[in-house]
Design a binder for this molecule. Structure first.
Ligand code: NAP
Length: 436
């Protein structure tokens, strides 16, 4: 029975469930989607075409996704009068896995970003962004292929979480007074005030998810990125709680970098950190491998991390960051592989996962069948991997790589590539399907 006001449950397909703490995915799951605003419908239609074709091709009729549209953004406002109807987060929560196009951030009216609201309401605490080079994509660096990382950015805390008061407001003045009176610290009058909360709970669940991912995907290291040299009790604590969690819950699967130095110094007298590429050597030159099957847990100061991804790209695997630094680092890393426009993302909680294009609605291109659908297609790849449908995911990655190497690309890549053929959004999707 359809219990929702606007969304229609498809006549075929079943719900994904959580059974004994594990995701149980039927062969024909119902998956909610939000089409998105601006270029959303163009890229969603292309992504859907590619995902459906990959599933059909891989599982020859034994698996099929039944899509269910849910409303958010401008379309929701037109139909329901609300930017985010109450039932939308509820449906995503009921069906567990969903995918979305970009959404306009309403201006004024006290409405925060719909994306941020969805993340908060559904407690999607990890923003997961894989950054990997697709051969053929124009990149600003000489060896973009050396970078192959997955960033786990904390999504719910930090100065980014929106707890702030305007300069001159009653609240800001009150806090300035209290801090002076009670703690003898002075803040300039008329300062705006933002609060930066970082908790052991929020930190540990993020690091746990990152290490679990590293184990499941045979990755070599997990790096905790922080600015703890300056912000000791927030960023520094993020690092400390990260190590604590790693040692408490994954002792047999991890080795800390400090422990690794001790071990390797004894063996060969070389301090790995002083030797370029030392970790790659220790892992037999395989960034994806790990010493003795263990994952190295290390930490880096955030500013140094921006250099390290450029200068020692292949020494990093999984990165864990607080909210704000993760925002910057995700875009910097994506730009390094030329993939800012095609970078995928997922916002993931304990089970619920919402995959999304990482760029915005690019309103000037809306409805022109022009833009690159790569970001949403690769977010679909992440979704298929999350469902455990890895063969279909791999087929898309392979076919999209082929298509880009054939230089059949949308305008954004075509303008940076010599001798490329420019195709439309739907044309790019068809070319990918033809390469499957
Ligand atoms: P944007 O929509 O990402 O667009 C900025 C520029 O990026 C475009 O003009 C275009 O560059 C390029 N671009 C974006 N998507 C592309 C694609 N699929 N293919 C090729 N090029 C692409 O950023 P914005 O203009 O700052 O934001 C517009 C709206 O989107 C705002 O309402 C914002 O709040 C919202 N937004 C939503 C999300 C989300 O839903 N996750 C994220 C960010 C922003 P050229 O002009 O050079 O071709």
């Amino acid at each position: 029975m359809n219990t929702y006001k606007y969304a229609k449950i498809p006549s075929k397909g079943e719900k994904i469930q959580i059974i004994d703490g594990e995701l149980s995915v039927p062969n024909e799951p119902v998956i909610p989607f939000i089409e998105g605003d601006g270029i959303g419908p163009d890229i969603w239609n292309a992504a859907k075409r590619v995902i459906d074709a990959a599933v059909a091709k891989t599982y020859t009729g034994n698996k099929e996704i039944h899509w269910m549209e849910v409303l958010a953004g401008e379309k929701a406002k037109d139909i329901t009068g609300q930017w985010l109807p109450e039932e939308t987060p509820q449906i995503i929560s009921d069906f567990i896995v969903a995918i979305k196009g970009p959404l306009t951030t309403p201006v004024g009216g006290g409405i925060r970003s719909l994306n941020v609201t969805l993340r908060q309401v559904l407690d999607l605490y990890a923003c997961v962004r894989p950054v990997r080079y697709i051969p053929g994509v124009p990149s600003p660096v000489n060896h973009p292929e050396k970078l192959n990382i997955v960033i786990f950015r904390e999504n719910t805390e930090d100065v980014y979480a929106g707890i702030e008061w305007e300069s001159g407001s009653e609240e800001a003045n009150y806090l300035i007074d209290i801090i002076r009176e009670k703690f003898n610290k002075s803040i300039r009058t008329e300062s705006g005030i933002g609060i930066k909360p970082i908790s052991p709970f929020g930190t540990k669940r993020l690091i746990r998810k990152a290490i679990q991912y590293a184990i499941q995907n045979n990755r070599g290291s997990v790096t905790i990125v922080h600015k703890g040299n300056i912000m000791k009790f927030t960023e520094g604590a993020f690092k400390d709680w990260g190590y604590e969690l790693a040692l408490e819950e994954f002792r047999d699967q991890i080795i800390t970098e400090a422990e690794l130095w001790d071990e390797t110094r004894a063996d060969d007298g070389v301090t790995p950190i002083t030797k370029p590429g030392a970790f790659a050597d220790l892992r037999g030159g395989q960034p994806a491998g790990n010493p003795g099957g263990r994952i190295v847990v290390k930490d880096r100061i955030a500013d140094s991390m921006f250099q390290q991804i450029l200068t020692r790209s292949d020494e990093y695997d999984i990165l864990c960051t607080p909210n704000l630094n993760g925002d910057y680092l995700s875009d910097a890393a994506a730009a390094q592989v030329g993939g800012l426009g095609i970078a995928p993302g997922g916002n993931i909680g304990d089970y619920i996962a919402l995959f999304e294009a990482t760029h915005g609605t690019a309103p000037k291109y809306a409805g022109q069948d022009k833009v690159n659908p790569g970001s949403l297609i690769l977010s679909g790849v992440m979704m298929l991997e999350y469902l455990g449908w890895k063969d279909a995911a791999d087929l898309i990655v392979h076919a999209m790589g082929e298509t880009i190497q054939q230089k059949t690309v949308t305008y954004d890549l075509e303008r940076q590539m010599e001798g490329a053929t420019k195709v439309s959004t739907s044309g790019f999707a068809e070319a990918i399907v033809a390469n499957m």
